[in-house]
Structure formats: C-alpha cells, structure tokens
Design a protein around this ligand. Structure first.
Ligand code: GRF
Length: 198
C-alpha cells in the first residue's frame, strides 16, 4: 500500500522522533513512512536514533539546502519534532497544512517566541497552573499559530520541577498525540489523492 513520504526535523534528544519510529514499528503509523530525518545541528542524538532505525539522515542549518533535499526526496509531510529553527514564512507557505509541530503546552498558553523546551514548563510552574499538556498544530507563518489538531492534558504534581514536568508531559502527552496526529494527516493526504484520481 502506498504511504505518504514523511520527513522529521529535529534538533535535540529525539524522544518524539523515537515515538514516531515506535509507532511505525507497531503499525500505529501506517499511512505514512518516515524516509528522512534532518537536523539543523550535527550533535543531535535524534540523528543516532534515526540511523539505528536505518533511516536516511542529513544535517544542514541552511533552509535552501533543506528545501532542495525535501523536494529531491519527494517529501509530502514534514513533522517538526523538537526542531528549533524557525522556518521562514516563504518556506512554510510552500507546505500549507503539511507541516506539523509538537508544542509542550496547551496552546494558546505558554507559547510564542522564545517559549520552547524547558522554558515552557518553567513558565507553567511560575504561573501555578494545575493542568498543562501538549499540542500538535499545523505550522503557519505565526510561531505556534497554526490550526490545532490534537491536545492532551497532563496534571501538574506538587513539587514538580521543570524537568519532572517536562518528562511527564512528554510521556503522557507528546509521545501519544504526535504519532496520532501524524497518522491522521498522512491518511488524509492519501484519501485526498484517491479522490483526485476518481
Ligand atoms: C520537546 O519538549 C518538545 O515538546 C519540544 O522540544 C522538545 C523535543 O524533545 N518541541 P525531543 O528532541 O523530541 O526529545
């Protein structure tokens, strides 16, 4: 069966990439195939995870080189999994409703410029929220501003540090909704293609 060609863009440890790889292995992600993992920095452990899964990897900080590689590999769906480079409006405009991002809060809380990674959980703890979570959304030209696809709530525990909260949000929310959203969008891409050929 044909599967949508997926590229995953990473910058860090790659636990969200690992969740996608595990979903591919288990069949939870079946409408899409991860064919490329690309980082903007060479040291990302996510690249090691990709190589261990036999997936092509590339490293470039340059958006034009990124664009050429995505076109050369016929990429149909881009998943930002801890990717820290802010894509330009011109780049994003080429992939309407084809770029997904995972953000570690319930957007619109704790998002926007400079609010990424641990900073998000520091802000949530500073504000004293009792519930936080994660969001998967389409990427448009506004940071964290695109259509929300999935969200999952996570309780803040007494005594949480940014690190303990980050781990729980990853385990209970991010690693669940990112594979689910990726499968749903990949499935939609295949369905749209079938309708075009009817
Ligand atoms: C996660 O906190 C994710 O929510 C955010 O960046 C971090 C990436 O972690 N987008 P990993 O590289 O997937 O482990």
């Amino acid at each position: 069966m044909r599967r949508a060609r997926i590229a995953v863009l990473v910058s860090g440890g790659g636990t969200n990439l690992q969740a996608l790889l595990d979903a591919q292995e288990s069949g939870a992600l079946q409408s899409g195939e991860i064919v490329l993992v690309l980082s903007d920095r060479p040291g990302a452990y996510a690249l090691t995870r990709a190589a261990a899964a036999g997936i092509e990897t590339a490293v470039t900080p340059d958006e034009a080189a990124l664009q050429r590689l995505l076109e050369a590999r016929g990429i149909e769906l881009i998943v930002l999994a801890g990717y820290l480079h802010i894509l330009s409006a011109a780049f994003v405009a080429r992939y309407p409703n084809r770029i997904l991002n995972i953000h570690p809060s319930l957007i619109p809380s704790f998002c926007g410029r400079g609010c990424y990674g641990l900073h998000v959980h520091e802000a949530a703890l500073r504000r004293g929220v009792k519930v936080t979570g994660a969001t998967v959304h389409f990427v448009n030209e506004i940071p964290d501003g695109g259509e929300i696809l999935l969200q999952k709530a996570v309780a803040v525990q007494p005594g949480d540090t940014p690190e303990t909260l980050q781990k729980r949000v990853m385990r209970e929310a991010e690693w669940v909704i990112l594979p689910a959203a990726t499968e749903a969008v990949a499935k939609r891409i295949l369905e749209e293609e079938r309708h075009e050929h009817l």
